[in-house]
Design a protein around this ligand. Structure first.
Ligand code: ADP
Ligand code: MG
Length: 703
């Protein structure tokens, strides 16, 4: 313990001397003052641990001096001395901050020392206490800072799981580091794939630099060295440290090597360095300490994990995209294949139809030559021709439906029963003719019940069922049956497709929907993934139930369209009204077509003029007036659409019917724009043509 310094203010020499002797005996440094004024002057000069003040002094008294000393040196403990201690003065003294008082004359000088010793003790305790408080405050501050950093580490960890793009994540981290370490500049560099160069991936405070051009070779400069060794570098004196000398060029020009990096931390996981974080220029000017280093190391550790993960994610994303592109290609190829199969089936169908038509037509000619009066047989032949032609027309329509290039149709009200019928018809060549040709018979059984509508895309859903049929047919090399059943349960509309085919083992059932999974030699493995994709998009579900040699049951479950009652089978044929005779202009470049429809219209009482081209039609219209024009679409010189547009320039009232073999492919908006009122598909049964003419001829036309 240091020697105590004590001030004695006493005007009586004897007492002053006694005190001096006693205190010096106890190793104290004693200063004597005879007056309060002298005492105060000494207090101002130096600090005392304890002051002993006589109360009665010449001039300023002891109590006044006490007040001044408390002001001047609040740490000095004061003991008052009095010979006639009245309670009042003692109380006043203590009130003014005296520690205690000593009665004069001294009974026992050692008692005086005990008093002084206590005062000294109190002074020491106060001091110790004060430094404890200061210490604690500092610790509190440090703890607060640590907690803050810790929570920013936690925040960083949490943020990482939310980033899906590496660049966003890195930017976030760099921002966090700059904020937490209070730096003007921070940069995050990543190693290239070859592990040779660092490039800046994110930065703060490096505005004006062409960051993407900055390259640092591993081993060069501070960052390069950190990347090589995997050990951080903390430059404590940037101005003298050669590793971090500032560049004379404020733009850091062609190299980041000369940047005044002050702290550089590797980003590494499992000893593999993937980059470095550099920080420079603390805004407050306070140098970086070990705590900053520990904090940055913590962040860098988390970052390393995130970088690894994000790289995997990016790789996966790329792989996924190329797979998707490949799949789209294959889906397209699969569709072409299906179209090819269908075309082959259609050709086969058609040849059959044509042979019937040809045969019957030749028969009619013979009958007319040899037995012209046998009208009943002639009529029978003609009816057969009529029937088979209509069937052929249906087939062609289906092919057109299937191959037509679709813009993605919006979701609309779809009847699953219609879907089933369409799909069955569309795939007829696959299950009927083609299979028969291979010597097997496939039977289709329909149990279609009344159902609510679903919201969806008719074409896509037809594709789903079509694919199911393809798979079932392929699963029945010796023929069999495919049963369809529709039903609904509360808000779910279901279609069950059951076949009596070879069935599937457990592995196939579980991998069925994987794209490219196939057990067939020439299979693509896409049918079921297309089914899955479409049904999912319709918010539905596919349930498969199958066992080897025991057939397969696939159930498609779709949410019902709310607010629509069960479907009723709509009769779509409108009876023709009583026909009114019209003057009709019939435009077609095919002589046969003009003749056939022209004759049919004339036989029903209409007055018909014909034109073989758009120009002829315009001439006819210029000369005479017509109630109605029927035109073909594709004609040499001028198409039906162009013709209609030209006619509409001068005539906005005459109804125009487009009669075309391409009717199905027509864009509705384009047709309306050209001023066409009705579209009919070729071949068109005479009744339908007459009905249309009757309809349109009697109702006024709005254009
Ligand atoms: P692909 O028909 O080109 O093989 P899919 O995706 O349509 O591709 O079908 C995948 C596999 O699922 C088929 O190879 C087959 O093993 C099995 N599979 C699908 N449907 C049936 C079914 N109805 N009966 C038996 N196996 C089926
Ligand atoms: Mg298939």
């Amino acid at each position: 313990m240091d020697r105590c310094r004590i001030l004695v203010v006493e005007d009586e020499d004897t007492i002053a001397h006694i005190l001096q002797a006693v205190l010096e005996d106890h190793e104290c440094e004693v200063h004597i003052a005879r007056t309060a004024e002298d005492g105060l002057a000494q207090v101002k000069r130096m600090s005392f641990d304890v002051a002993l003040l006589d109360i009665v002094l010449p001039g300023m008294n002891g109590l006044q001096l006490l007040t001044k000393i408390r002001e001047e040196r609040p740490d000095t403990e004061v003991l008052m001395m009095t010979s006639h201690a009245s309670v009042e003065t003692v109380v006043e003294a203590i009130h003014h901050g005296a520690y205690d008082y000593i009665r004069k004359p001294f009974q026992d000088v050692e008692e005086v020392w005990i008093n002084v010793q206590r005062a000294i003790e109190k002074k020491r305790l106060t001091e110790a206490n004060r430094s404890l408080i200061v210490n604690q405050e500092r610790q509190n501050q440090e703890l607060g800072a640590s907690v803050k950093r810790l929570s920013s580490l936690i925040e960083a960890g949490r943020a990482m799981s939310e980033f899906t793009s590496l660049s966003k994540l890195l930017d976030f981290f760099t921002g966090l580091v700059a904020k937490e370490l209070d730096v003007e500049r921070a940069s995050l560099m990543l190693l290239d794939d070859a592990g040779e160069e660092l490039r800046i991936a994110a930065a703060r405070g490096l505005g004006g630099l062409e960051l993407e051009k900055i390259r640092v070779k591993v081993g060069e400069g501070v960052a390069g060295r950190v990347a090589r060794t995997g050990q951080h570098i903390l430059v404590t004196d940037a101005s003298s440290d050669a590793r971090a000398r500032k560049s004379a060029n404020p733009k850091l020009s062609d190299s980041f090597i000369s940047a005044p990096i002050v702290l550089s931390m590797p980003i590494k996981s499992a000893e593999k360095v993937s980059g470095v974080i550099n920080v420079t220029n603390r805004i407050s000017g306070v140098p970086f300490d070990e705590e900053d280093v520990a904090y940055l190391a913590g962040l860098a550790g988390q970052l390393a994990v995130a970088v690894e993960r994000a790289r995997h994610f990016d790789d996966l994303q790329r792989a996924y995209e190329s797979l998707k592109a490949a799949q789209e290609q294959l889906v397209f190829a699969e569709r072409l294949k299906a179209i090819g199969q269908m075309a082959a089936g259609v050709a086969h169908d058609f040849n059959n139809s044509l042979s019937v038509i040809l045969g019957r037509a030749q028969l009619v000619i013979r009958r007319i030559d040899h037995e012209p009066s046998n009208l009943a047989d002639i009529r029978g032949d003609l009816e057969a021709i009529e029937k088979i032609s209509l069937q052929g027309a249906e087939t062609v329509k289906r092919v057109q439906e299937y191959t037509r290039i679709r813009k993605d149709l919006p979701h609309s009200k779809v009847d699953l029963n219609v879907v089933v019928r369409e799909a069955v018809e569309m795939t007829r060549p696959k299950w009927s003719e083609a299979s028969k040709a291979q010597g097997r018979r496939i039977e289709i059984q329909l149990e279609l019940n009344e159902m609510p509508y679903v919201s969806g895309n008719l074409y896509e859903l037809t594709q789903v069922v079509g694919n199911l049929i393809f798979n079932s047919v392929e699963a029945m090399p010796n023929g069999g049956a495919i049963q369809f059943r529709t039903y609904f349960e509360e808000d779910t509309v279901c279609l069950e497709v059951r076949d009596s085919g070879v069935g599937m083992d457990e592995e196939t059932t579980s991998r069925l929907f994987e794209p490219f999974y196939t057990t067939k030699e020439t299979g693509q493995g896409l049918g079921t993934s297309i089914i899955y994709g479409i049904v999912s998009r319709h918010l539905g579900e596919v349930v498969v139930d199958s066992a080897p040699e025991d057939g397969t049951r696939v159930t498609i479950k779709l949410p019902r369209l709310l607010g629509h009652e069960p479907t009723a089978s709509a009769a779509d044929v409108t009876e023709a009204e009583e026909t009114k005779a019209n003057t009709i202009l019939l435009v077609d470049d095919e002589d046969m077509v003009r003749e056939t429809y022209g004759t049919a219209l004339a036989l029903s009482g209409h007055k018909v003029a014909t034109a073989a081209s758009g120009n002829e039609a315009l001439e006819a219209l210029a000369k005479g007036s017509f109630d109605l024009m029927i035109t073909d679409l594709s004609m040499e010189g001028m198409s039906g659409l162009e013709l209609s547009e030209r006619v509409r320039k001068t005539n906005s009232v005459m109804p125009i019917i487009l009669l075309s073999g391409w009717a199905i492919q027509q864009d509705e908006a384009q047709v309306t724009e050209a001023g066409i009122n009705r579209v009919l598909a070729k071949p068109c049964p005479i009744e339908r043509l007459l009905a249309a003419v009757g309809d349109i001829g009697t109702s006024p036309v709005a254009t």
